[in-house]
Ligand binder design. Sequence first.
Ligand code: FAD
Length: 362
Amino acid sequence: MIHETDIAIIGAGPVGLFAIFEAGMLKMRCHAVDALEEVGGQCAAMYPEKPIYDIPGHPAIDAYELIENLNAQAEPFSPVYHLGQRVEKLEIIEGDMKGGQKADPALSPASSAEQEARRGSKIYKLVTSKGTVIHAKAVVIAAGCGAFGPNRPPIDGLEAYESTGGVQYMVTKKDAFRGKRIVIAGGGDSAVDWTLSLADVAEKLYVVHRRPKFRAAPESVSRMEALAEAGKIEMVIPYQLSGLEGESGKLTGVKVATLEGEEKTLPADHLLAFFGLAMELGPIADWGLNLHMNHIEVDPATCETNVPGIFAVGDIATYRNKLKLILCGFSEAAMAMHAARNIVFPDTAYHFEYSTSKGTGF
Ligand code: FAD
């Protein structure tokens, strides 16, 4: 079965969700695809219980709550979600994806005249890893950092403990760690922030890092050091992870070692490893789009890529002075959808109206 729609959105993170709302306000139907099983992108998968302080109009809002609100805002427009599947192929059925400009290291999207000349009545065909086929009149790529997954520590037997929750790379429910013995490994913001957050619920919390200096917000590092001095957590420095102990997927200990080979075992129910994200553009890199350091170059006025009819918004889009912030992604989604409207309804003049004047139309 082929799904036909006005706009296909690749990625249902915060920016993809807001793009659905903007499309709906312009009377365009959307299908959205995400590789993850849930909508919400990084907010839902990586820091659902952390407050975000720079969303306009919300002095503080937990990431999961922001996603719930965005979902509710998009819902009246009846988007169709295809979750747990990655978009593998993007082709233009009439026309040629290679019609885009050749990759240029400088940020130089096509001029609007060039883009108009290359625009036609094209159909964009997406095929996902589950074989779902979507035909759309325009495409918006809101794929964040591409397909993302955690960097795994190079120790044997991880898989057996990943499926049971013994080894985890993100925290979705802080309460699941209440009364548990936890080893947190890593030296960045996630390791430090989760140490601060879990210190009051864990029975015992170790922080393993290979060197005394942490690459995290200095204020947070000071708070973590104060917890260590008060005996509430134990710093295990300079050590690295060297192995796991347990049976049938039940973790009982985490082995750590110094560079000199001095080894010890920390009794633990959970290992939380925060070594950053492995980000890869994946198939997006093969779609004929101009790329700059693994991001998609866009015209900042419309967020259109070098391939007419294909837009990129949010973390994956780049232009001069780009800020990777959710609020900027929201603005990009609005601009992209207004530009895409001219493709979806080429014969209908557009009259700008505030939402307060026209309502949401549902
Ligand atoms: P993402 O949230 O990355 O979502 C992209 C989605 O696309 C993902 O769900 C992914 O699965 C999907 N995808 C990728 N490739 C494909 C494909 N081929 N097929 C199908 N699906 C695909 N920003 C702020 O503004 N304020 C903050 O305070 C803040 N704090 C942060 C704290 C942490 C710990 C982290 C990690 C980030 C923080 N950010 C913050 C950044 C913010 O989360 C990102 O800017 C935001 O998530 C970008 O949204 P997005 O929709 O562009 O991409």
